[in-house]
Design a protein around this ligand. Sequence first.
Ligand SMILES: [Zn+2]
Length: 156
Amino acid sequence: MTRRLWMAGRLWQRVIDDCRHRLPEEACGLLIGRVDDAGWHVFRACPSRNIAGNPRRHFEIDPLLRLKLEKELRTGPFCVTGHYHGHPNGLAEPSAADRAAIVEKHLLWLIAAPGSSGMMEMTAWRPLGNGFAPVPVTLTADAGKWEEDAGYEFRQ
Ligand SMILES: [Zn+2]
């Protein structure tokens, strides 16, 4: 069975909105849920400051946010399952820079970009070999949880 991303529909939209609102910079953030044989189940998303030197061209998730979440999730059952970022001028697919930036092979990637119509599009990917493989997405009726204020100073 192909493993899928199962994500709360409203949360999926909220991530897209974050990527649009933070143009022309690349938005980024972490996804939280659980992983099983059916794939990645995402219930929470936490936006991160983009601490890259040039946030219009690259993204780097704030390690302080990652640390805070890993501490909170230490006792389970959920974990950091992936992350998202925007491509202000690119396509909603991994770039060469993204391929070079793969460190954690188990994390799911969401990438959002303005499509040719101007509507933001978002796609899901998993690291495979030296690149990425697309991951099919099923949006669920779960409410999900968007956390701009989770004890982490998101706004600079
Ligand atoms: Zn990218």
